[in-house]
Design a binder for this molecule. Structure first.
Ligand SMILES: *Cc1c(COP(=O)(O)O)cnc(C)c1O
Length: 390
């Protein structure tokens, strides 16, 4: 086995340069715990960036992958496949009525690319509205939806035209939308943009405006979907049904997968209008089936809801002059500081806790939905300690 020196030296020789890496290697995981090459244990409050809803190396997911690997790994969509059929049925159980057409792909960005194409094809209109602080991925179409200049700057003249309006501001959408608008794309709770939940009334208003103008309402559920916020889908908090959703991150328990789901009443894709070599492959489908079944059988969306309430309450009792606001839903939690979050992140890492940022001053926690109250408590205590040392 390679040691820390060897691993980092080799990676640094070849890495793209696009990632600012932390000085930490992860080589093994089990449940909420991950381990570096020295054998030091960390609590993974990132879920590997929102992916590991069931934690790491979940036995049911591992078993499903191993079995499928010995059966059939690849099968393009020009053929039918048992695992793909089963996945459609499994996912449908949790989707609102009407959301019954799906395009399977390999990542969140690819799902949003697909969502754009679906909206374009179903409406035959040119305009798209997205929101400020929204994050939708980094490929050209998805990047056009993403708001942050930092990601867009070098590519501005290559992206598609998108109007970005303030988030949680219904009047702004009302002013921007018209009969030429194909889609309004947004997150029901913004992740990368700072863990910002939208008001239910806002989302209901956006739903009404989209219906009125024949515009596709697209929810990016890549981060917030599949139980993360305490419901199967984050849009459920507003009791509305979108026309299109995009899924990714945790959908296949860590195996790369994305999906676009839409209301079939609006139509299907014309032949050859989209495609993906790996999309809907049996390995990812098998991993996804095991993930969705475990989420359901262990009632993890509900658990996420309950733990989230407990965590938000506990966090709001933290009496620290450094905290501006605590917010979130379920196991998607943001702690906005009055200062930069990096020192807190580093202190947490020293204390054996891995966390994320969302912008410069929001500490973001995305624990696996199987996290225990004791592990959350350990995290809160470490945060308290880090804040006190500031
Ligand atoms: C992570 C994320 C994406 C992009 O997913 P990738 O798999 O990294 O392409 C898109 N939308 C949201 C809301 C995300 O959190």
């Amino acid at each position: 086995m390679m040691n820390f020196e060897q691993i980092t030296t080799l990676e640094n020789e070849h890495t793209s340069g696009s990632y600012s890496k932390r000085p930490l290697d992860l080589v093994r995981g089990s449940g909420v715990e991950v381990f570096d090459s020295y054998g030091k244990r960390y609590l993974d409050m990132t879920s590997g960036q929102g992916v590991a809803l069931l934690g790491h190396a979940h036995p049911r997911v591992a078993e499903a992958i191993a079995t499928q690997a010995h059966t059939l790994i690849t099968c393009p969509e020009i053929f039918y496949n048992d695992r793909r059929a089963e996945l459609y049925a499994e996912l449908s159980k949790h989707l609102p009525n009407g959301l019954n057409r799906m395009f399977l792909c390999n990542s969140g960005a690819e799902a949003n690319e697909g969502a754009l194409k679906v909206a374009r094809i179903l409406t035959d209109r040119p305009k798209v509205i997205a929101t400020m602080r929204g994050f939708h991925g980094r490929t050209m179409g998805a990047l056009s939806l993403t708001w942050n200049k930092k990601y867009r700057d070098s590519f501005e003249d290559w992206t598609i035209p998108v109007t970005h309006v303030p988030y949680n501001d219904l009047d702004a959408i009302a002013r921007a939308i018209d009969g030429q608008t194909a889609a309004v794309v947004l997150e029901a709770i913004q992740g990368e943009g700072g863990v910002n939940p939208a008001d239910a009334a806002y989302l209901q208003g956006v739903r009404a405006l989209c219906s009125q103008h024949g515009t596709m309402l697209v929810f990016d559920e890549v981060q917030a979907g599949l139980g993360r916020t305490g419901r199967w889908f984050a849009f459920e908090h507003a009791n509305i049904v979108p026309d299109i959703i995009s899924l990714g991150k945790g959908i296949a328990g860590g195996v790369p997968m994305g999906a676009v789901v839409w209301n079939g009443a609006h139509g299907m894709l014309p032949s050859a209008s989209h495609g993906s070599t790996f999309g809907g492959n049996p390995l990812a489908c098998a991993a996804s089936i095991a993930t969705l079944q475990t989420l359901e059988q262990e009632q993890l969306p509900q658990r996420s809801h309950e733990l989230g309430q407990w965590a938000l309450e506990s966090l709001s009792q933290l009496d620290s002059p450094h905290i501006r606001e605590v917010r979130g839903r379920g196991m998607m939690i943001g702690i906005e500081l009055k200062s930069r979050v990096t020192p807190v992140l580093m202190s947490l890492q020293e204390q054996g806790i891995l966390a994320l940022t969302a912008g410069n001053n929001v500490l973001r926690l995305l624990p696996p939905l199987i996290v225990t109250e004791a592990q959350l408590q350990e995290t809160l205590t470490a945060i308290e300690h880090a804040l006190r040392a500031l």
